[in-house]
Structure formats: structure tokens, C-alpha cells
Write a protein that binds this ligand. Structure first.
Ligand SMILES: *[C@@H]1O[C@H](CO)[C@@H](O)[C@H](O)[C@H]1NC(C)=O
Ligand SMILES: *[C@@H]1O[C@H](CO)[C@@H](O)[C@H](O)[C@H]1NC(C)=O
Length: 982
């Protein structure tokens, strides 16, 4: 009966609205679907006459076209009260109902503060919070609660971007100050500060008519821009659904939704449409993060493909209060949605790029348009998120492969999408809690497989793994009047090198080494050890390899592995991420020397060094940087030992000194002993000194393993920096009275040491330094340098979004580049480019341009010098530089200017070019000179000027060239520097 059909108007222009319209169109009760203002999709009629912000305009269109249902997609119009206004016109026979809450209900999203108070008042579980208008009060609160991490939210709508998560009190105070200072304009004149919850996030959306609700399947969005959940947060890069949660979690969420609906009724808050509740599933239950008063984007695109029932019927039921009697069913399929984003998204998406290759919808895949528009030239991009490609499959793998194939096929310049949507679901082939949760079976299998290994470390006084705790009987260990010495350590970022080379097994040995050597320094014998192993996803074989190597080192140092904790923490650690920590319990007789005998250390004492076995576990952050800066591979042969790889050399295990050293310590002939770990000799040796003495160390008096020369030369790392970062070949230093030097040396050799070096003496302190290195220039040899890979150290100065900066960074990441971007310096703390630079792992520094120019330029120069910067690129740095700064960095500062210099210098180059009616404009990369835009030209590129060009359209065209020209100019200059070196 065609006469009973009715038409629908969907308000909005994103992929969410496209998906809703697509689903409504399939309803047998729907005649026609209109969408306003719409996007580049041509599936639905876009009535140009409708002003979506004006209820009168919407109503008159609806009346004219026989529309009885308006579905409002975005939160903006809902929060302004569009539903109230449309429905206010309802009189007999002219009913137009809306799907979406009235203004009072939309406040749940509109005001974060209202929403949090609503949760609190109605006993809905949520994180602790407080709201503020005053910077002082906010800061005081942050200090008082002292949470490890904070979530700061702008109270008003900030287009999904008004939420900032930070670690630590100081960071939180800074962000609060920025937000209340107007970072998001009026939206952040009031902010909510919340404790950050730990767990995993789940989006629970439900249909509701205000009296009852029907929950939709759970989905999970992927907010970070980059694969592996890295990079800046976005509006969402992809979604998977349905997500199966443990039934107790589902029940808990449903209960919270029920309580929310009841609370809305009790509080007389009218609500209908879609209620979106964001949850964090924590170890203490499910907590509400936020409410949204509309469908999520991109969740909706996936949900519409899962919905089996008629969306029109559901929307009508919600808008008329008859949801109870409506059946809603969902398809038993797996759906993956992948968002295709524009270059520059989320900071500054580049738009107006031609789109091609968009396929027709089919059973498997539907492409929803988000940021597209139709122009005379055809379809072009018009926003950050351009499409959402949604595919169904019988498994997530199948769905994702289909969506990836179509994502590949769609073309536009600068297209970016994540290939790993749903990564946390794979490997297991099923969506289940064990895929996003803890795998008990794997844990039990692990315990079984390492039990024997642990048992083998048993000593007379210890019991082995398995109990709640472990008993250590020190009498049985041979102690009469024992004292305990306890030490704890980890292996730092050595773990990342192990990961990169695939050799994990040595790390357990390192862990034990770091701990037992510490305990040894107190003249104690290690008796028991406990380990903590944590990972995002437990893989029995990997964990067992690490624990076996812990056991091996325990055995070699005579201590028992008595227990430990193996934790699987999905969501906190990514699969494949892991860490270990260990705790060593040592015991000593009260009668043994209580080392270090700090006050006994005196002038004339000799310093005896025991060789290390390489880097041990320290300085690896710097090692990794040197490896990556130089383009080394861990698999390359070590230049000093080509039979083994660089990786293997770096991973050499920490030496254990207990067996060879304890006897000498107990003999009473050693005054103090220092374990040389992070901080090197420079920072570890003074820990055993009284204040009035110093150590005079003769550099070159001990043998330095080649790996240290290699690090020194390739860093390059200066000798003082080497000596305070690495052990530089010295694992332990013993402080000994000269009369005992021989006896101690003999004891060490007899017990297994091969060489002992006398590296210096204790002297009277004459300078402020407690370590005085003599002949430091002799310490390291400059060798093993891969000369052809020397790169020019580049700094980029920005003030804004840094789109040129991004191109420079990308260029520098090519293997053949002669540049390495060491630092990005901004004069504005809120410059968008800062987050982008960080997402590439590049250090950023903010130097506010306040006070005298000379002063802040001096700070910049210091930052540049500190990093050995050789070339400075100005990428939208909005300050004029002084002659003295330019003089200090003569011929080392380059800039990009949007004109063909020498025409149109200065700040309004594009406007001037237009006014001059030139036919050709362009850009110029040039050296900075005292006179603005007058330095030597490095490269130029022309672009045409069209008759209908505006300043914006011309500037856009120039920018495209700028991105290429500037990055090439950087390489050109770098190459010329290298040529001068040679
Ligand atoms: C996936 O998990 C569900 C729910 O736990 C279970 O019923 C189903 O059998 C599993 N399917 C496979 C292929 O393992
Ligand atoms: C880097 O410098 C080398 C040698 O100076 C040169 O061959 C190479 O082309 C340069 N790379 C780039 C990207 O300019």
C-alpha cells in the first residue's frame, strides 16, 4: 500500500547520517529519504531549501513533502533545542516527530558538568571529579588529590576535541591553566577534572523512548591516528562490532543503562532517541565516562550494517514512546569499518582533493561518505574524515580484508587509513573476553612449565614457587645473626633492543644481575629472588624463556627463585609489550663489614675496577637513539666483531660478581664497593664517599670494550657524557687501603676474575667535583664510524600547525636523507605542530616569545647548541629574528616564502600577487638574512594564478609546492654541508 508510506528527513552531513539514511531507505514503510545538508553522496535527495538550523524551515519542508519523521544526527542542533522547536509546531494532523532528545535531555552531552553531577546524584558509577572556573582552585585541587593521571574536559562542546589526558600533577596544572585560559574558547571557560581510570573502553549505545531502552551490540572505536594505537587522538579511525563481553560485564552495563533511564524519568528529564554511554571496564567494575545524546561516529556505520530490523519502525517507536512493543534484532555477522582520512588530519586536514575509485555498494561492502562534496570537477574531499568503508564477514579477519581491499581502491591524494582496525581481536579468531582479557589457561600452562626450573634453584633454606608467599629459613642458609639487604631493579629499555633482535632470553639474566650486584655492595649474599613479569598478552614460550634465564642467573649467584608474579594486562600494555622487574633478598651476618664504610674512605685509598661484560643494562635509551640516528640495524655485523651482530653485542648479559667478590668483602679488606649502573662512574662512585674527598681517575688505565668506542664515535657522545651514562667497561669499583691492594686483587683473581685494574686514588676534594678524570681525552678512540651516514642535525621552528614541518620530518625519515630532525621548537605552547612532532618521536621544546627578543633567542640558541644543531628550518615561525641571532646561525637558517622572490616580500605575499594580477605565483626556499625575505635563494617553484582565484585558493595551491620545495631545499643544504665536511 504505497499510500501508507512516509518520507524521512535526516539532518547532518557525516558518514553517520549517510549510514542512517542508507538504513532508513531499506524500510518498506519509507517512500523517500532526504538528507540535509548532506555530503558528496548522491544517493539521497539534498533539499537546498532546508536550513538545518532553523526549525521553521525544516517544518515547512516536511509539511510540503509529507515527512513525518526527522532524524537528527549531530549533537549541535540537539543541544540548541532543534527537537523542541520542530515539535512545538505539532497540532492536529500536522505531526512531525523527531528522533533525538529535546534540549533538556541533550544537556547530558552539552554540559559535562551537568552530566557528571547527574551521574553522582543518581548513584551511577563514574570516576571521582570536580569542576572549576578558577585556575587557582583547579591547581589546588590537582595538587590535593595527587592522582597519577588526570582527564581534563572542557565543559562545553568542543567538537570532540575538548578532552585532554595527562600524567602527573605538573602536567595537569599546565593543561588546566591552558584550558581555563581559553584554549577552546568559551567551551573551556569551565572545566571538569577527573581521575583517569584504567581498563578498557566500551561504547554502549541504546535506543530509548525515555521509558524503556534497547541496547545495541557493543562496538569498539579506535581513536589514535596511527597503527598500533599511537599518535594523536582523532574522532575515530575505525570500528569493530559486535564485541562480546563477559556476561557479568554486559549485565552490569545494562543495569547502569536501566538506572540511567530511571533517573531521567525521576528527574523529569525528557529523553528519546539514541543514548550513547561510554564505559570504562575497570577492575572495580564498569564506570561511566560520558554520555552522548546521539549516535556515535563511526560506531553508527558499523551498527547500521548489523541491524536486522527496520530502522524506521524503531525510530518512530522511540519518538512516540512505544519502544516496548518493538522487536529489534541484529545480524550474526562480524563488521569492520575503516575510516579514510585526509592528509594532515586531525590537526589541519588538506581538502579539495579529487576522489576516484569509489565502488558501488554491494552485499559485502558499503562506503559511507563523510567529508566529501560534489563540485563541477566531480567528487572532492571536504573534511578530515572522508569515507568510512564498512564490510561484513563471517569472521573479523574476512570483514577487515574486504574493507582493506576497498580502502586501497578508493583514491585521493594524501589518503590515510589504519590497516590494523580490530587488531586486539585477531590472533584468537573470536571476539571474546579472553581476546581482550586475561588468559587463565595460558597462565596455568606457564606455571607448570617453569616449575621445574624454579625448583632447580632451591637452596637449603627456601621453599619454591606456588605458595602465597615464600619462607626463607636463614638459619638453614647458614646464618647465625642475619640481617637482610633488599634491592629491586628492572632492565630499562634494553628490552626494546631484545624485542628488535628477537633475543629475549638474556634479559632475565640481566634482571638478576642488576639486583644481586646491588645487594652485594652491602656485603650481603643473595638468598632469594622474586620476579614480576607483565605483558599485554601472555605468550607462554616467551615468558618461559625469560623466567628460565632468571633461574639460570639465580643459580649462578647462589640464590633461590622463590616466587613472582606474571601479570597479563590487556589495555594497559599492548600485545607484544612487556616488562620485567625483580627483587633480590640478601642476607649478611651482623659481624661482616657493614659496607660501604663511608667514613673510613680516605685520601690515598686505591680504586680497583672489575671489568664489565659490555653495556649491562644501562644507557639503552641513548643506544637506541644512536642506532636509529645512524641508520644501523641490530642485525648488522658488529664492526669490531663481525661474527656477531650489533644487537648481540649490545645484549651481552650483565656480569654477576657475587662468587668472585663476596670473599674479598667479608675479609674486611675492602672499605666500600660501588656498582656502576645508570649514571656511570660519575654518579655511582660518589655514593660511597664522605663529602670531603674526591676520586682522581686516570683515564686509559683500564681496557675499554670496543662497543663504547663505537657509541662514542657514532653518537657522537662526548667523553664526560659517556662516563655519566654507561659503565664504560667498569662493572664494580672497590675502594681499598693501599696496603690491602695486593691481597684483595689476589682474592678476586683466585675466585674467578681475570683482570683487575687500578684506575685511580682517593684524594682531597679541591673542586666541586667528586670525580676528577685525568687525561679524559684518552678514554675513547674515535673509530668504527660509518662516515657516509653522518647526518645534519636539523631543528624546526614553528608557531602553528606545522604543515611544512610535517613534510620536513617525513623527508628526513627516508633512509637516504642526509638530515635528522633533532628538535622542534615552538614559541607557542599550544601550537598544533607540537603534538604532530611528538607523534614522530621528535623532541619538542616550547620557548615562549615573551620579553626582550634577545633573551628568548638566547634560550633558543642554547637549546640548539645543546643538540648540536647545524641547520634551522623556519616552518611558519611567526617571529622576526634579530640580526644577532641570524649572525650566530649565519647560512644555517632556511625559510620558505609564498612568492617568487624577490617579488612580493613580507607577510602579505599572496594578497600582493593577486592584486598585482600576475599570471604566475609560486614559492621560494631561501636562507634567512637580516633583511626580511632577502637571503640567498635555494630553490623556487611556480604555480599558475587563475582568474577566479581567491587568496585562499591560490595559497592552497602554493602550499602544495611549498611542501615539496622546502623539504628538498633542506636536503640540498644538508648535502652542501656534508660536501664541506668531506
Ligand atoms: C566464539 O565465542 C562465542 C562466545 O563465547 C562462542 O559461543 C563461540 O563458540 C566461539 N566461536 C569460536 C569459533 O571459537
Ligand atoms: C645525501 O648526500 C649524499 C652524498 O653527499 C648524496 O649522494 C645523496 O643524494 C644525498 N641525499 C639526498 C636525499 O639528497
Amino acid at each position: 500500500m504505497p499510500s501508507s508510506k512516509s518520507s524521512v528527513l535526516v539532518i547532518g552531513s557525516g558518514a553517520r547520517e549517510h549510514a542512517l539514511a542508507w538504513k532508513l531507505q531499506q524500510s518498506p514503510s519509507v517512500e523517500h529519504v532526504f538528507i540535509a545538508p548532506g555530503n558528496g553522496s548522491t544517493e539521497f535527495e539534498v533539499p537546498k531549501s532546508v536550513d538545518v538550523n532553523d526549525a521553521t524551515s525544516i517544518r515547512s519542508f516536511c509539511v510540503a513533502r509529507g515527512i513525518s519523521l526527522v532524524v537528527v544526527g549531530p549533537e549541535g542542533p540537539l543541544c540548541k533545542g532543534i527537537v523542541d522547536e520542530i515539535e512545538a509546531g505539532n497540532v492536529d494532523g500536522k505531526e512531525i516527530y523527531c528522533f533525538g532528545p529535546p534540549k533538556a535531555g541533550a544537556r547530558l552531552e552539552d554540559s559535562k558538568k551537568f552530566s557528571k553531577h547527574f551521574m553522582k546524584a543518581n548513584g551511577l558509577p563514574t570516576a571521582g571529579f570536580e569542576d572549576f572556573r578558577s585556575v587557582e582552585e583547579a591547581k589546588a585541587f590537582i595538587e590535593r588529590v595527587n592522582w597519577p593521571s588526570y582527564v581534563l574536559k572542557a565543559d562545553g562542546l568542543a567538537a570532540g576535541k575538548g578532552v585532554i589526558i595527562v600524567d602527573g600533577v605538573e602536567e595537569a596544572k599546565k593543561v588546566a591553566e591552558r584550558m581555563l585560559g581559553g584554549e577552546f574558547g568559551k567551551a573551556s571557560s569551565e572545566i571538569v577534572i577527573e581521575e583517569k581510570l584504567e581498563g578498557y573502553e566500551v561504547s554502549a549505545l541504546c535506543f530509548t523512548d525515555g521509558k524503556t531502552f534497547a541496547r545495541m551490540p557493543f562496538t569498539q572505536d579506535h581513536k589514535p591516528l596511527l597503527e598500533g594505537d599511537r599518535g594523536p587522538n582523532t574522532g575515530g579511525m575505525g570500528v569493530v562490532g559486535p564485541l562480546v563481553l563477559p556476561s557479568e560485564v554486559e549485565a552490569e552495563i545494562d543495569q547502569v543503562l536501566q538506572n540511567t533511564i530511571t533517573a531521567l524519568q525521576k528527574s523529569n528529564i525528557p529523553y528519546k532517541g539514541c543514548l550513547y554511554a561510554g564505559f570504562m571496564v575497570t577492575s572495580k567494575g564498569c564506570k561511566l565516562l560520558e554520555f552522548n545524546c546521539r549516535f556515535g561516529d563511526p560506531e553508527t556505520e558499523v551498527l547500521m550494517r548489523l541491524l536486522d530490523s527496520d530502522l524506521y519502525t524503531i525510530c518512530v517507536a522511540c519518538s512516540r514512546g512505544t519502544l516496548t512493543s518493538t522487536e529489534i534484532s541484529w545480524k550474526a555477522q562480524n563488521v569492520v569499518g575503516i575510516v579514510l582520512a585526509s592528509e594532515g588530519y586531525p590537526a589541519k586536514p588538506i581538502v579539495n582533493r579529487k576522489v576516484g575509485g569509489v565502488p558501488e555498494h554491494n552485499e559485502e561492502t558499503v562506503v559511507f561518505h563523510a567529508g566529501t562534496k560534489l563540485t563541477e570537477e566531480g567528487l572532492v574531499t571536504s573534511g578530515g574524515r572522508v569515507f568510512c568503508v564498512v564490510s561484513v564477514g563471517n569472521s573479523f579477519q574476512e570483514a577487515r580484508n574486504r574493507a582493506l581491499a576497498v580502502s586501497e581502491q578508493i583514491q585521493f591524494e594524501g589518503k590515510y587509513y589504519r590497516r590494523d582496525i580490530g587488531h586486539f581481536l585477531f590472533n584468537k579468531g573470536n571476539v571474546s573476553y579472553s581476546a581482550s582479557g586475561v588468559d587463565i589457561a595460558e597462565g596455568n600452562a606457564l606455571v607448570a612449565s617453569i616449575k621445574d626450573v624454579c625448583l632447580s634453584t632451591r637452596t637449603p633454606g627456601t621453599e619454591s614457587i606456588g605458595g602465597f608467599g615464600a619462607l626463607v629459613d636463614l638459619k638453614a642458609e647458614g646464618f647465625h645473626t642475619p640481617q637482610l639487604v633488599i634491592g629491586m631493579d628492572g632492565v630499562g629499555t634494553k628490552i626494546a633492543v631484545a624485542e628488535a633482535t628477537g633475543h629475549f632470553d638474556g634479559l632475565g639474566y640481566d634482571l638478576v644481575g642488576m639486583c644481586v650486584n646491588d645487594v652485594l655492595c652491602h656485603c650481603a649474599r643473595p638468598v632469594a629472588f622474586l620476579d614480576y613479569y607483565v605483558t599485554g598478552r601472555l605468550v607462554k614460550e616467551e615468558a618461559a624463556a625469560v623466567i628460565r634465564s632468571i633461574a639460570k642467573a639465580c643459580k649462578e649467584s647462589g640464590c633461590a627463585l622463590v616466587g613472582g608474579e606474571t601479570a597479563e594486562m590487556p589495555g594497559v600494555y599492548n600485545p607484544g609489550q612487556w616488562d620485567v622487574a625483580g627483587c633480590c633478598i640478601g642476607a649478611r651476618e651482623a659481624s661482616w663489614p657493614q659496607l660501604p664504610l663511608v667514613d673510613a674512605v680516605s685520601e690515598g685509598d686505591v680504586l680497583l675496577a672489575l671489568p664489565s661484560n659490555g653495556l649491562h643494562s644501562n644507557g639503552f635509551s641513548l643506544v637506541r637513539k644512536i642506532v636509529s640516528d645512524n641508520g644501523f640495524s641490530y642485525k648488522d655485523p658488529a664492526p669490531w666483531n663481525p661474527q656477531v651482530s650489533i644487537g648481540e653485542e649490545l645484549l651481552r648479559p650483565t656480569k654477576l660478581y657475587v662468587k668472585s667478590v663476596l670473599g674479598a668483602l667479608k675479609s674486611g679488606k675492602v672499605k666500600a664497593i660501588a656498582h656502576i649502573t645508570g649514571g656511570g662512574i660519575t654518579e655511582n662512585l660518589p655514593r660511597v664517599f664522605p663529602p670531603h674527598v674526591a676520586a682522581e681517575i686516570e683515564c686509559g688505565s683500564w681496557s675499554i670494550p670496543e662497543v663504547f668506542d663505537w657509541l662514542h664515535s657514532n653518537g657522537p657522545v662526548s667523553p664526560p657524557e659517556m662516563l655519566k651514562t654507561f659503565n664504560c667497561g667498569v662493572g664494580l669499583i672497590l675502594v681499598v687501603d693501599p696496603k690491602h691492594q695486593e691481597a684483595v686483587t689476589d682474592s678476586l683473581i683466585d675466585n674467578g676474575e681475570s683482570s683487575i685494574y687500578k684506575i685511580g686514588n682517593i684524594v682531597k676534594q679541591t673542586t666541586k667535583d667528586q670525580i676528577v678524570y685525568k687525561n679524559m681525552e684518552n678514554t675513547f678512540k674515535y673509530r668504527f664510524v660509518k662516515t657516509q651516514t653522518r647526518k645534519i642535525n636539523v631543528a624546526i621552528l614553528i608557531s602553528g600547525a606545522g604543515s611544512n614541518m610535517k613534510k620536513l620530518i617525513e623527508k628526513s625519515l627516508y633512509a637516504k636523507s642526509n638530515c635528522t630532525v633533532r628538535v622542534v621548537i615552538s614559541n607557542k605552547a599550544d601550537a598544533g605542530g607540537i603534538a604532530i612532532a611528538r607523534s614522530y618521536g621528535i623532541e619538542t621544546v616550547v620557548v615562549p616569545s615573551v620579553g626582550a627578543r634577545e633573551d628568548y633567542e638566547a634560550i633558543i640558541t642554547k637549546e640548539l647548541e645543546k643538540r648540536g644543531i647545524e641547520l634551522i628550518c623556519l616552518a611558519g615561525f611567526m617571529r622576526i629574528l634579530t640580526a644577532s641571532f641570524i649572525g650566530r646561525w649565519k647560512n644555517r637558517i632556511i625559510n620558505i616564502h609564498p612568492s617568487l622572490l624577490p617579488s612580493f616580500k613580507g607577510a602579505h605575499a599572496v594578497q600582493l600577487a593577486l592584486e598585482a594580477k600576475v599570471k604566475i605565483a609560486g614559492c621560494t626556499a631561501h636562507f634567512a638574512d637580516v633583511e626580511v625575505d632577502a637571503g640567498a635563494i635555494i630553490a623556487q617553484e611556480a604555480v599558475p594564478v587563475y582568474d577566479d582565484d581567491t587568496e585562499d585558493s591560490l595559497h592552497e595551491r602554493i602550499k602544495v609546492k611549498e611542501h615539496i620545495v622546502f623539504a628538498e631545499a633542506m636536503e640540498t643544504v644538508a648535502k652542501s654541508f656534508l660536501a664541506k665536511d668531506a
